[in-house]
Design a binder for this molecule. Sequence first.
Ligand code: DGJ
Length: 706
Amino acid sequence: LYLRHFGPKIADEAGALALAVKSGPISSLGTDNPLAYPVFGESGRWINRFGGLKVTHDNGTVTLDLIVEKIERDGEALKVRWRDAVHDFRVIQTFRPRADADVVETWVELVNGEKGAVRISRMSSFALVFPMLANDWRLMSLTGEWGSEGEVVDKPIERGRRIVLDSRSGIRDAWHNNPAFMLSIGGPSTETDGRVIGCALCWSGAWEMSFRRSEVDLLEVVGGPANVAGDYVLDSGKSIKLPVAALTYSENGKGQISRNFHRWARRHWMPNGTKERPTLLNNWEGTGLLFKESEIVKIMDGAKSVGVEMFVLDDGWFGLGEHLRNTDDRGLGDWYVNREKLPNGLAGLADEARKRGLKFGFWVEPEMANWGKCDLLEKHPDWALQEKGRPMRLGRGGTQVVLDFTNPAVRDEIWRQLDAAYSSVPGLAYIKWDANSNIENVGSTYLDAAHQGNLYFDYTMGYYDVLSRQRAKYPNLDMQVCSSGGGRMEYGSLRYCDEFWTSDNTDPRDRVKMQWGASMFYPACAIASHVTVTGRQVPFKYRVDVSFSGRFGFEMQPKSMSPRELEFAKNAVKEYHRIRPVVQQGDLYRLVSPFEHDYSALMYVDGAKTRAVICLYGLSRDTRKNYLPPLVLQGLDPAKRYRLRELNTESWRWPHSPLLGKCTDFVAEMEKGAAVPTGEALMKMGLPVSLGDKDYDSAIFELIAE
Ligand code: DGJ
């Protein structure tokens, strides 16, 4: 089975098949078409000496040569059953189209029918050889670590080079590199122009994707879980299912790729992706670990007065005996309420929230424990990941370690504790699941010596096991995944979770860039964005406006808002609730990149094209020059006429700013209803906008079709 086309849909199948017989010579070394799942060692295929799968058979030989046994339809999906020509080793490859989003989900299952164990050194969810689509390839992906998530990097792949994107943390696997990419074919692409392939690997553990451009411009792309600790040992009679990769294609630049991913995620991938996500206030940046029940109740009063829908209690509510979580070196692993802090328990707080019309949620970090400082590890020291004979490597607080989630007994106990805590809270609405470590101790007391190499893969499967138990028992619980910020901004976690904490860095200027980057692959409903008190002096309005382009919330003491800020916040929350369906469920169009300009703009349009929301953010800008060109809008209905309103206005802000010129007047006219331009005009001439002479001026507009 060959891969002959990865591009736009071809309506006439016969026409496509006429071309699909065999391509011309694709290299001086061979003429074969690439297989749909190239592996290491295929006979006669010079191009595939690398391949997506590399194993050592039970007799010590090292190559594979796959032949198709059967191709089956499974509903919409296509299943290809491959078998090695010599060994009883099988690969079941599935392609599942999601036509309404233009996405194909693909994955493989490896089945070992050999007499002994097979060692797998490279295992890819997808392995694609693009046969001479172009002489120019560019790779766009996201990089970043703590506080710098979501940085867009877009560079050519040079001929003869191999580029590797990977993450080896085992846990914070969207740091360093995010497991998703866009490939521009035949030259650079923009937001609106160019042929682009998009791919997201839905995996939360260590992973690797590589891009090898040959001397004759074939591009070989493979990606899947990375066996960081050594070969994965697949015992005789066993099988392993590799994670899904979501693939998509656009003829119209990167913007379309993002919209495809967003739609696919909301409709087909995330657990409750089409549900509106709540606004909330989280206490972490307001209190840290040290709080009293009475203080939390006061914060709830503040949350109520701001008008958000939920209160979320962060780290610090649990612990046992000497290990109460009052400092960050203790308590993880013991998910029991600290009655000194919360005499009425979580249920008491939930009740206080309910009295104020707020929903309630709380924080957990289930995969972690504190070495020597928690009851769990005192009873079961072997339940932490550890290497025989080597001193423990200790993380946060000088004590944090990762629990051995390859071990079902550990998962059972952690789930027992979580379930007890969750079920003690009537009406529990939200869980923030955090994870603040990498796998530092690379060893498991549960896995035997021969299977230590399985650690990273099995760990991630253990994480999914607990998440899926949680989803099954609490299907409507909203869940945020967090890993020291955006360490788990990826679709493996989003299979079970509703959103991610985008970054611990809540500086709004930095967030403009991070959220832009995150939006390349992830929908606004999943991008948690909270208004906080930050070091940089930035107007409150700007902080709020930046949080509008995500799932809006607050992470501060409401009492630290001035009366004017409080009024502004209340109004903003109401406005966000009104525009929420457009931002969270609409189509995103990125208009002006903060990576290329000293301002940024993006917009969301609802499915019927009757409503749109436009966000405009000035970055640090020169004064008295660099006036903004009109914002050339996208995604509107050319025939509809749109009325405009500015939201979140503040007295000092445009249109009253003294430096502004005629364009301001035009928008003011639109607001009065005197000018009601068509979608066509807004998309061809653009919306005249302006930013004030302050560094951090911003604006939110709403367009409503007449
Ligand atoms: C790291 C997270 O990123 C923060 O939001 C907060 O939940 C802390 N952990 C709590 O320890």
